[in-house]
Design a binder for this molecule. Structure first.
Ligand code: CU
Length: 110
């Protein structure tokens, strides 16, 4: 009985935590650091981006932040998502190796 009660309480506590997979464009390990650092933000528990798959897995509390805001944070760091594009001037300020719109390093570095 004790165990069952514990499980239902913990499920309730986690009901606002959402895991989303978002397509984010980038090239390399520097992009990864930039994207993940941009998501060191209130309400976001975990953010992990793969240079190989271009997929960002983000775990967040939907009471504190929206998925749209997450897209905006990524775009503000210079990276396009499938929903929000980075401003050209922000993109252009990225280091050469990170200019994913101009060249793609898919599969070269994970
Ligand atoms: Cu990069």
């Amino acid at each position: 009985m004790g165990c069952i009660a514990f499980i239902s309480i913990s499920a309730l506590a986690q009901s606002k935590v959402v895991t989303a997979t978002i397509k984010v464009y980038g090239n390399c390990i520097m992009c990864k650091k930039r994207i993940e650092t941009a998501l060191d933000y209130k309400g976001i528990k975990k953010a992990e981006w793969s240079a190989k798959t271009k997929e960002l897995v983000v775990v967040y509390n939907s009471d504190k932040i929206t998925e749209k805001k997450i897209h905006e944070l990524v775009a503000a760091a210079g990276h396009d998502t499938d929903q929000v594009k980075a401003k050209q001037e922000t993109y252009a300020a990225l280091p050469f190796c990170c200019l994913y719109r101009d060249h793609d390093h898919s599969g070269v570095i994970d």
